[in-house]
Design a protein around this ligand. Structure first.
Ligand code: ZN
Length: 345
């Protein structure tokens, strides 16, 4: 995607709240409300609802809101062979920030079939806007499973990168404009992100001609993350460790947290040459941003990012939020981007 046709194309990081008739609400790992064919139909219906609401809010790059996956990592892992999901084990993930029950890698990893067989084609069939599809990044998947086969974190991540590449190529063939990899683990392992995390992303995007993106956040607005952020001090400088390497990478877009975060905005200057998805929507509060506040955040970012490379976005996914709050935030995002276009277009 070239970013030249319209300034400030607005988009979300990825996930949106599941409607109450599809799954439990306000949860990162909700139980489905239906099963079998009825569940499949409910996932499609929920995808259509959010597609329409994103368009109505004035967003420019539309996603599926991750309506068809229970969790952003496990939605992919579910369709991978070589994994035992029946006998999960508890481990510390994201450098021990949380304890989680995770599946075990017990054999050679292979994609059984498509991880996301229908979602991209369905989106493509129902909107004329650009579409984005999110996948978990290789380091983040590796950090969310217990490897008992490869014996090496880097090897495990590259094995996942290979499978992500297969899926990404198929998504591209279905008409996806932007493929985004979610790598919250980069902020937990900042040196490894620069040392090999970006190489693993390169493996995942090998051969792609569509726009590629990486989303690196400080996590959903859940309690464990809110407490972690309190311990990070007055300036969050994690991005500084790997943005220079990302600037040299073949990834086209980088998504980062901005509004209400303690990330020094001048770190965005380290991404010279990249399109930057600037977080102008806070996902850790129910307070709805005003379009003027969003414009102000965009203006801050414009000190470090050229206007033709800036995409206003949410800091992270909106899945755990109340559905009405999430929609109001999307409307604010669309309105804020419009204000910016009026001022700088
Ligand atoms: Zn995120």
């Amino acid at each position: 995607m070239s970013n030249t046709e319209m300034l400030f194309p607005a988009t979300i990081a990825g996930s949106l709240p599941k409607p109450a008739w599809l799954a439990e609400t306000h949860k990162l790992w909700p139980q489905w409300r239906a099963e079998g064919a009825e569940l499949d139909a409910a996932k499609r219906d929920a995808t259509l609802v959010w597609l329409k609401l994103q368009e109505d809010a004035g967003l420019d790059i539309i996603g599926d809101g991750e309506m068809s996956r229970q969790h952003f990592v496990h939605g992919f892992v579910e369709n991978v062979a070589g994994i035992d999901r029946a006998n999960k084990v508890e481990i510390g993930i994201r450098d021990n920030r949380y304890k989680a029950m995770v599946p075990r890698v017990v054999g050679k990893l292979e994609l059984k079939e498509r991880a996301h067989p229908w979602e991209a084609g369905f989106l493509r069939a129902h909107t004329k806007k650009k579409i984005k599809f999110t996948l978990p990044g290789p380091m983040t998947i590796m950090d969310t499973v217990s490897d008992q086969y490869y014996g090496d974190r880097v090897k495990t991540a590259f094995a996942f990168a290979e499978l992500l590449n297969q899926e990404a190529r198929a998504l591209q063939a279905e008409g996806v404009d932007v493929i985004q990899f979610d790598e919250p683990a980069f902020n937990a392992y900042t040196r490894q992100a620069a040392d090999w995390g970006i190489d693993a992303l390169h493996r995942a995007i090998d051969g792609l001609t569509c726009t590629t993106a990486v989303h690196i956040c400080y996590g959903y607005g859940i309690q464990a993350n809110i407490e972690w952020k309190r311990m990070l001090g007055s300036e969050w400088r994690q991005y500084e460790d790997f943005f220079p390497a990302l600037a040299k990478s073949r990834i086209d877009q980088v998504s980062l947290e901005c509004i209400n975060s303690r990330v020094p905005p001048n770190l965005m200057a380290l991404l010279e040459g990249k399109q930057v998805m600037v977080g102008v929507i806070d996902v850790a509060t129910d307070t709805i941003e005003t379009p003027e506040q969003i414009l102000a955040t965009i203006e801050t970012a414009l000190q470090f990012v050229p206007k033709d490379k800036l995409l206003p976005a949410s800091n992270c996914g909106l899945a755990p939020l109340d559905r009405d709050v999430a929609y109001a935030k999307l409307q604010a995002l669309g309105a804020g981007a419009r204000l910016a276009r009026e001022k700088f277009g």
